[in-house]
Design a protein around this ligand. Sequence first.
Ligand code: ACO
Ligand code: ZN
Length: 394
Amino acid sequence: MSSTSCSAIAVSTLTEGCRLDVCMKKTGEWQLAEILRIQESNKLGKRKFHVHYVGFNRRLDEWVDEEDLHFQNVQKLVARVAPQDTSTLKRNNRKMKCAESKKATEQKKAIEVLKNVEMIELGRYRIKSWYFSPYPQELCKLNCIYLCEFCLKYCPSQACLGRHLCKCKLKHPPGKEIYRKDTISFFEIDGRINKIYAQNLCLLAKLFLDHKVLDYGIETFIFYVMTEFDSRGFHIVGYFSKEKISTEDYNVACILILPQYQRKGYGTLLIEFSYALSKIEGKAGTPEKPLSDLGLLSYRSYWAHAVLEVLLSQDPTTKGERSAKTINDISQLTSIMPEDVISTLKSLDIVKYFRGQHIICINRDTIAQYEAAMKKRTIRIDPKCLKWTPKNWS
Ligand code: ACO
Ligand code: ZN
C-alpha cells in the first residue's frame, strides 16, 4: 500500500482508508485521522464518518459529520497489486484456501476496530463504550445494553432487565469473598465453576480493553472482582484475571477499573491486591504484556511507590539506619519481578555510579513527591483482612 496526496477533494470521493484532518470533538482541535467506516447518506443527504485519530488511543475513535472534516491534503490509500506470471498461478491456487481464511481473519479484525456498542447501563450508571466487544449483534443495534450489576447478564431493554431483577437473587459477585475492609471487598471467582459470570465479565471488560481479554479457555483463569458495599449490595468497581498456572510468572492477565470509578486510586488498590496475593504465594509476579497506555502509567506509579517504600523504610535491627538492599531484596519484599524493579530504579534515576560501585541515591525532590503521593493513597490493602491460601492448580 502507498499513499497519494491530493489537495481539496469532494466529500463524495472520500473512501474508507483515506486520511485527512478531522476536528476532534473532545479537544476541538484538528488532528490527522483515518476513515474506518462511512455511513451512507441520511435523509439530509449527509454521510457520517467513523474515524481513528492517528497516533491516539483507539478509545478516542468516534463518528463525525462532514462539517468536522478538513478537505485539504487528503491522503488516499492505494493498493498496489503485484503482476503475476503463469508459473506462480498453480502455487497461488494452493494458497487460495489459506488466503481465504486469512482474509476472513482480517475482515474480523477490521470489524473489531470499530466500536459496536454505543452505551451500557450498569446499576446507577450509563457508560459509553471505548472499544469493540463481541456482544450479540442484535443487541449492538440498540442505543443501550442493560446489564444486571450483580450477575452481569445483558438485556436488550429496561423492561427485560426489570423481569430479570425480580428473579436474580445475587447482591454480590458469585464466588468466595476473600477480603473485606470497610466498604471494599474482593471476590475470587473460578472461571470453570462460574463460567457464565466469567464470560459476562469478559464481555463487559472488552468494552474498555483494546488489546486482549482472554486468548484461550476461560476455565484456566481465576477472576478477582473488587466491590464497594452499600445498602443495595456489593457493586463491581473493577477486576483482574489471573492464569491458574502461569509459566511466565504473570500475576495479572487483564486488569480494569470501570470508567465511573477511574482516577480515584482504585486501580492502584487493585494492583496492590495482585501483589498481596503474590506475597502469600511467596513469589514475584508481573502483569501480562502488552500493557495499555493507562495500564503502563498505573503500574509505573505503583512500582515507584512500592520500591521507594522499601528503600526509605527504616530497618529496626540497624538502629534507624537504612540497610543496603539488592535488587533481589527489593523484589522479595515487594513481589515485583527483578526486571520491573530495575526499570523502576532507572525511571526514578536513583542509581548512581560512585567510586567504582553502584549506589542508590534518592534526592529530596523524589522523597517529597513520594511522600505527597503516599498521603493521597488513603485506602491501602490490609494484609490482615485477606483470608486466602493459594491453590495448587497442577
Ligand atoms: N491520564 C493520566 N494519568 C492517569 C490516567 C489518565 N487517564 N488514569 C490513571 N492515571 C495515573 C494516575 O494519575 C495515577 O498515577 P499517580 O499515582 O502518579 O497519580 C495512576 O495512573 C493510577 O491511578 P488510579 O486512579 O489508581 O488508576 P485507575 O483507577 O484509573 O485505574 C486502570 C487504572 C486500571 C489502568 C484504568 O485506567 C483502566 O481500567 N483502564 C482501561 C483498561 C486498561 O487499560 N487496563 C490495563 C490493561 S494492561 C493489562 O491488562 C495487564
Ligand atoms: Zn442478575
